[in-house]
Each structure stands twice: as structure tokens, then as C-alpha cells.
Design a protein around this ligand. Sequence first.
Ligand SMILES: *[C@@H]1O[C@H](CO)[C@@H](O)[C@H](O)[C@H]1NC(C)=O
Ligand SMILES: *[C@@H]1O[C@H](CO)[C@@H](O)[C@H](O)[C@H]1NC(C)=O
Ligand SMILES: *[C@@H]1O[C@H](CO)[C@@H](O)[C@H](O)[C@H]1NC(C)=O
Ligand SMILES: *[C@@H]1O[C@H](CO)[C@@H](O)[C@H](O)[C@H]1NC(C)=O
Ligand SMILES: *[C@@H]1O[C@H](CO)[C@@H](O)[C@H](O)[C@H]1NC(C)=O
Length: 721
Amino acid sequence: PLRLDIKRRLTARSDRVKSADLHPTEPWMVVSLYSGTVVVWNHETQVLYALLFSPTCHSSWMPFLSLVVFFCCDVALLSVNQTEGKLRFLCSVFSDDMLIKLWDWDRKWLCSQVFEGHTHYVMQIVINPRDNNQFASASLDRTIKVWQLGSKAPNFTLEGHEKGVNCIDYYSGGDKPYLISGADDRLVKIWDYQNKTCVQTLEGHAQNVTCVSFHPELPVILTGGEDGTVRVWHSNTYRLENTLNYGMERVWCICGQPGSNSVAIGYDEGSIIIKLGRVEPVMSMDSSGKVIWARHSEVQQANLKAVVETEIKDGEKLLLSVKDMGSCEIYPQTIQHSPNGRFVVVCGDGEYIIYTAMALRNKSFGSAQEFIWAHDSSQYAIREGNSVVKIFKNFKEKKAFKPDFGVEGIFGGLLLGVRSNSGLAFYDWDNSELIRRIEIQPKHVFWSDSGELVCIATDESFFVLHYLPERVSAAQESKEEMTEDGIENCVGFSDHLSIVLGEVQEVVKTGLWVGDCFIYTNSVNRLNYYVGGEIITIAHMDRMMYLLGYIPKDDRLYLGDKELNIISYSLLLSVLEYQTAVMRKDFSTADKVLPAIPKEQQTRVAHFLEKQGFRQQALAVSTDPEHKFELALQLGELKTAYQLALKAESEQKWKQLAELATTKCQFSLAQECLHQAQDYGGLLLLATTSGNTDMVGQLAEGAERDGKTNVAFLTYFMQGR
Ligand SMILES: *[C@@H]1O[C@H](CO)[C@@H](O)[C@H](O)[C@H]1NC(C)=O
Ligand SMILES: *[C@@H]1O[C@H](CO)[C@@H](O)[C@H](O)[C@H]1NC(C)=O
Ligand SMILES: *[C@@H]1O[C@H](CO)[C@@H](O)[C@H](O)[C@H]1NC(C)=O
Ligand SMILES: *[C@@H]1O[C@H](CO)[C@@H](O)[C@H](O)[C@H]1NC(C)=O
Ligand SMILES: *[C@@H]1O[C@H](CO)[C@@H](O)[C@H](O)[C@H]1NC(C)=O
């Protein structure tokens, strides 16, 4: 079955809807009501933009460019100002009867042609997307007619419905010459308009069918009827996949939009927008920078290595040359490279096919709800239904097993992860024995390349755990430490993050590891990385982006969006390597990496060291005098601090240093610092408590000279002068 997530995004109550449409680029829905009102919604922000009254108008909309046009008994033109989001009324033209008429936009709306042939009301016309000179019409005279511009009479007629035909649509994909129609006989018919036969009849609606639509992106047909339901049919198998009933009475229109998952539906009692299917792009990148993606069933490849380096700017779309690789036998919903990059697996419609990544030759296939690769590419696992996991090695089934609490999802990596309603269980790939069960409901599991760290992301937070394989092998040998939850203490919290960053929950959307640094995108479109308890933001993005991979040689991260655009951000490998080495307390490696880190990044690295508690190292690395001074003070390094204070010539620094010198009984240094800071009060305290007559004498004169009369008075007084 087609795994379609269906989510309701907007519900707008209103009078009976005549038609609804989505703007091609903006998140706007226009709805025209029988009452003559036209409503414009922003369906992302759920804000009502405009209400317009046009008492004679009750027909459909056609948006093109930034204009929205609607044709009714009269024809009206509206322009939408992209900046203001406001509608502006331009003009209107009148028509009268129910024939099909062609109005010429360029010739001041001259009625330039009339098409005759139908013997009853014409309910809808649609223009053939493959040939703009051809259109089809649906009529209550029970027929569908196909017309050619320039010819008064119909080209041909499709007959088969037993009652009036209410609606039609053309198939927009290039591969099939199909039309779809819905009628009062409660049937939906699919027609081949080249050989003029009915290819399929879809039965299911309990009342008149009022609207039909081939989805422009997904392999589905959507139909709506007076029975209040919207039905979702697979456009290849014609199986009924889903019946949606939102309780808003009769359905009047359905509208999808190319490049979008949103579908607008108009009812007796209002309109709603649903999101159909996965929004994640079906794309995958191997470690050398070859990206494979699927547009519908067509698989394409692009090579990031071919992009000229000087043309790459952070956050900007890369211009790629795309190579067609052929089409896939199933409708792909995910595509994943094997860790070694030699294979790609495509999953969808409950099936998987493994192809060679180079030539897209099929290597193996089968049925599966989900497919995941093991760490080492020679093994993979699939989920069948909600109870069985099968492990394959070298494309041969090795083991099938039923985990104790069922299987809701599986996760690849060093260990085989299985999610059930009781939590997450990790199994050994080789013997499928339980290694550890954890009470957590993960969305994603990401293993680092070394297999030492694993990030488990849930709906609200993420956890980074240490995996200790030596405990596992010890326990497996002794068999003693096995509990029903597996081996105790073989995973331990490296850190626990149920992070609330300024009251924002950190929800990982996509992620990957580079060394011990976990790079991820979150729910507010930030690109971050996490290392040693710290979160560093790489970029704020303007839309949802999906991490594809990191190419160390380029010092770049690559991300894709749902329109299959690829962007990149620079992220220095040297910094990541340095931080990884620090996390492992491997300072000799860190020192080797350091020279590769550019000067401007060194202070950032120094702050990282400081936060990890390595102040001495931070002092050595930092290039920022302020930071260095702070560190020198914290470390009690008077000499270093003194040199920095000399350069900085700041009263504040001298005061801070004087304080430190005093606590360390370095009185002559303290005296010099107080002198530099012109802190007469401090000098007085120092001179009197140390009983230093000479100093008191000098202070009296200095203070008098500088007009510090209070101090001068006290010092003279004490000396009896
Ligand atoms: C849209 O509105 C903006 C802001 O009021 C204005 O500057 C612009 O000229 C308008 N554009 C059109 C095409 O009317
Ligand atoms: C439909 O019209 C086109 C163009 O006028 C013509 O070439 C074609 O033969 C016509 N087909 C039928 C079935 O009349
Ligand atoms: C018309 O074409 C369809 C495929 O689009 C085919 O299934 C059907 O058998 C054809 N019908 C006739 C009568 O040739
Ligand atoms: C269905 O259409 C017929 C006309 O063909 C109409 O009489 C009937 O009322 C419609 N059904 C509903 C439920 O409106
Ligand atoms: C795999 O390839 C073979 C030969 O090219 C072909 O006959 C078969 O249909 C393919 N199967 C799948 C599921 O792609």
C-alpha cells in the first residue's frame, strides 16, 4: 500500500464553497463561495487575507503569474500585490449563455469563438496540459467532449456515464494520455483519449461525484462527492487507498498544486487544506558527493564534485548538471545509499529494490515496510508488517525474527534498532541477540562512524549515549550480566539533553556525525552541531532543509530541500577534528590539528576548550586578548595577565589584576597595578595595612597632585604633617 501520511493543516468554516485554488508559489488559498464572497487565506500563517464581495460571481478561479482570474457569469480580474498580499479589482466582462466560449485576453476580452455540441449544461472544462490547443468538457448530457481550438465542433465524444458528468481532469504526467471524469451515476471513469476507451471505472462513492483530480505530484487520484467523502485512489493500481471524511457535508472541489503536498478541498460548510504524503525529499548522497534523487519515479543523479568551487556560496542553491538514470519500478518514498556508496535502495508501496549506484541495475528486491543498512554495507534489515524483522547478508536472507514487543520501526547503524510501544531495543546484527532495551520512543537513531556514540532523537529532545562494546563482549562471554533488558551499562549517557534553549525545545529533524560532533537540523530550521554538551549554530535557514552529508575535503555540509535544490555551508573539518580530539582528551592530536585552524576560528575553539574545563589549553590557543586575560586571571597566571594588561592599558584590567595580586600576596605587583589604575583608595589601603611609611609618603604627594584631596588629607594626617 501507498504509505501516505495525511495531515489536516487548515480548516476554514464558511458558506458553501463553489471552488478553491492554491497559488502556484505563495502559500495562498482562494475560495469562492456560492454567496458571492471570495476569501483569500494564507494557509501557512492561517491568516485571513481578504474578503471580497461580487454578488454575481459564483465560479472558478485560474491563477497565472501574479494575477488571479476568475470566470463566472461575469468575468472578473483581480491582481494580487505580492508585497502587500492584497487583492485589487481590475475589471469585469459579461457573458450570458451556457455554451463554451473563448474570450480573448489580448483583444479586450472579445468573444472570439463559440463551441457547440453539448445538449445540456457544461459543468467544467479543462485544458490539456500536453497540448494547449486542446481542451475537454464535462456536461450534464452524460458526455465528455474533446475540442480543438479553431474548430467549432468537437473533435470527439466519450460516452459511458449513465448520468450527467460533473467534473473532469487531465493526467498531468507525461506518460499516459488519460482523462478522468466523475458523474451523477456515482462513478469515476478513467479514459484513454487516444484510443478513446474507458480504461477503468472506480466504484465507491455513495452519492453523485462532484470533483476529480489527478494529483500533480503523487501517484493518486482524488475524488469528492455529495456523500461528504474525499477518496484517495492509487493511480496505477486503482486501489482505494483512503477515504477522508471531515464532516463538512458535500464536497465541491479539490485542488492540488504542482511542487506541493497541499490539497485544498471545498465543502458545504467551508474549506480545508490537507498535506498528503511525506514532505521529505527522496534523495541521498554518498561520501564522494554523488547525489541520487527521484522525481516521481524518475531517478536522477548529480555530482557535487563537478561544481566549481568558486561558485559555491553558503546557503545558495548549487547549479548542478543532472543526469537521468532511468525510471524505477516502484514509486519511491525513500532512497538511501549503502554506507560504502556502492548501492542505493529505493523503498515505496511496501516494496524495496536495491540498485547498483553507478548504473541503477537491480541487484535484489522484495517486499518491506522499511529498509535499513548495517554499519558495514554487507548487511541490511527489513521490516515486514508490525512483527517481523529480517536480516540479510550479502543479499541472502540470514535470519527472520519476531521481537518481543512488536516492530513499529527499525533503525540502522552499528546495532540494529527496533522500536516498539515498549521502547527501543538494540540487537546484534550477527546473532540477532538483544543487547539493550531502553525506554524511549525514538524518531531517529544516528550512530557515529566510530560506533562509540549514538544519538537518539525523540519528538522533544535528543540524547547522546556512549556505547561500550567491551562490556558487551564481556557479558556475552560470561552470560552473567544478562537481564531481560539486555546488558546493563553497555550504553551510558555521554550527556543528557532535554534541552530547552531559551524555552525552545530542540527537535532533531535530520542529523549526521562527523567525528564526535553531531550535526543536525532542528524544527525551527537551524543548522547546528553538538559537541561535548555545547550547541554551535552554523546557520539559520529560511525553510526546512534536509542534511545530505559532509564532504571533509571541501570542508562543506550539503543539504537538500523538497524541491530537490541543494545548498551547502562551510564547516571546517579542522575545527571538528580538534573538538573531537578534545572530547577524547587526546591533546597530542589536537595540537597537530591546531595549525590547520584559521586564526579567526581559534578563539572559538579556545572558548570550547574553556567550557570543557581545559583552561590552560584555552589560554594557549586563544588569540583574543580579552579572552586570554580572563583565562590568565582564572588560572592565576600573574605574569601573562600583567603582559596583557600592559598592552591593553585598561583601568579595569589593572584593578582586576591588583585584586588577584593582593590575594596572592604579591604586594609590589599589586601596588604597581593600583598605581596604573590610579586607584588611590586601593593604594591607601595597601600602604597603611602593610605599614609602609615611604609608600604613604609618596601616595600623599601623588594624591595631592591629582586633586584626590580626601586621600591626600588622610595620608598627611596619618604622617602628622
Ligand atoms: C504593491 O504594494 C507596494 C507597497 O504598497 C507598492 O510599493 C507596489 O508598487 C505595489 N505593486 C503593484 C504591482 O501594485
Ligand atoms: C482532432 O483535431 C485535430 C486537429 O484539428 C485533427 O488533427 C485530428 O485528426 C482530430 N481527431 C479526430 C478524432 O477528429
Ligand atoms: C487503449 O489503451 C489502453 C492503454 O492506455 C489499453 O489498456 C486498452 O486496452 C486500449 N484499448 C483499445 C480498445 O485499444
Ligand atoms: C445527484 O444528482 C441528481 C441529478 O442527477 C440529483 O437529482 C440529486 O439530488 C443529487 N443527489 C444529491 C444527494 O444531491
Ligand atoms: C530487475 O531486473 C530484471 C532484469 O533487468 C527485470 O527483469 C526485473 O523486472 C527487475 N525487477 C525489479 C523489481 O526491478
